[in-house]
Design a protein around this ligand. Structure first.
Ligand code: DAH
Length: 357
């Protein structure tokens, strides 16, 4: 059994222990090279099982009259530990920041990072922009209008009789009574004629809607309408514009032909073919290809001279003014241009599809 130390010995022992801690303090903290090492060292002193904590635990055995003096020494050492710790910590932080600031800002030997892939214009947008640019080049302006349209602008004023199949629920998307999703961009002719005095020449691109759904038809698709009203406009003007348009879109020398056809809002009406851009056999000397169904010709649009009844209904005097109109499907032109086999591909939003154009 060890003898209990007497109070004087105890005080002196504590004194010595505190002195030893104090002396070693700077060196202990200075040798901690990282923040973690510094914190570990600090814990060895002030932690639950720390050296200074162990000294503190002996205080209970110190007689009351000496306790105050020793207590002050213990506190002084504790404060010194804390101050030294804080100073060393700040020093380590400064050094780390300094290293960061003086290191080369970036590694010039790293291989470059590839730029993020660019988006692509959709083939419908590409073709629309091209057609609009061609007509603008010929002096046409752009006229816009709504996709939800009154039946008067979509059908009635264009000369569709009330029982025309296009007006049927089976063929068109009706919204509220008398309103429907426009079935073509020809509504823009009506809107322009009602709003403006001739002469006028406009092009109108936009989405149109029909209850149609197969490999070559989609319930939503896009059209471009063009129309011109002036004094003495004839089929010759229409043909001239068509020939110019075909050359600019499909290349010089592209053959164009008009076939008589019927649309309620034109008289005469025609469908326009261009020489097949794939087999180029519009001269009929060879049997053509499957894309032109072996005819050598491909249909691209409908057109005609604006019916006098349509002009009159929209407030334009047909005795003074005449005009031509034409309308084409953008998807059809894009499909022909790029050999796209299914119209659905254009509405699926697959980036691998769009990236090809
Ligand atoms: N609106 C017609 C359609 O959607 C296309 C059309 C034909 C427009 C003849 C015209 C035209 O301007 O003159 O099928």
């Amino acid at each position: 059994m060890s003898e209990k130390p007497n109070p004087t010995e105890l005080s002196e022992g504590i004194d010595r222990a505190l002195e030893a801690l104090r002396e070693g303090l700077d060196a202990r903290f200075a040798s901690a090279a990282t923040e973690q090492a510094l914190r570990d060292e600090n814990a060895k002193l002030l932690g639950k099982k720390g050296e200074l904590t162990a000294v503190l635990k002996q205080m209970g055995a110190v007689p009351a009259d000496a306790r105050r003096a020793i207590g002050e020494k213990v506190n002084a050492v504790k404060q010194q530990v804390e101050a030294t710790f804080a100073a060393r910590l700040a020093e380590l932080h400064r050094a780390a920041r300094q290293a960061e600031l003086t290191a080369p800002p970036f590694d010039l030997t790293l291989p470059g990072r590839a730029p993020a892939p660019l988006g692509h214009a959709h083939p419908i947008s590409i073709v629309r922009d091209e057609v609009v640019a061609i007509f603008r080049g010929l002096g046409f302006g752009v006229f816009d209008g709504p996709e939800v349209e009154h039946e008067e602008n979509n059908f009635t004023l264009l000369g569709f009789p009330p029982d025309h199949p296009a007006t049927d629920m089976q063929d068109s998307f009706w919204t509220t009574s008398n309103h429907l999703l426009r079935t073509h961009t020809s509504n823009i002719q009506v809107r322009a004629m009602k709003a403006l005095e001739p002469p006028m020449a406009f092009i109108a691109p936009g989405a149109v809607y029909r209850r149609d759904d197969d490999a070559t038809h989609s319930p939503v698709f896009h059209q471009i309408e063009a129309f011109l009203i002036d004094r003495g406009v004839s089929l010759a003007h229409l043909k001239g514009v068509l020939a110019e348009f075909a050359e600019r879109l499909y290349g010089p020398g592209t053959p164009v032909r008009l076939r008589p056809s019927y649309f309620p809002f034109v008289e005469p009406g025609a469908e326009v073919d261009i020489g097949c851009v794939f087999c180029k056999q519009a001269d009929g000397t060879r049997p053509g290809c499957s894309l032109c169904k072996h005819t050598g010709w491909i249909e691209i649009l409908g057109c005609g001279l604006i019916h006098p009844v349509v002009l009159e209904g929209c407030g334009i005097d047909p005795e003074q003014w005449s005009g031509f109109a034409l309308g084409m499907g953008i998807e059809r032109i894009a499909m022909l241009r790029y050999g796209i086999p299914n119209i659905k591909l254009m509405f699926e939003g697959d980036p691998r599809f769009v990236a090809q154009f």
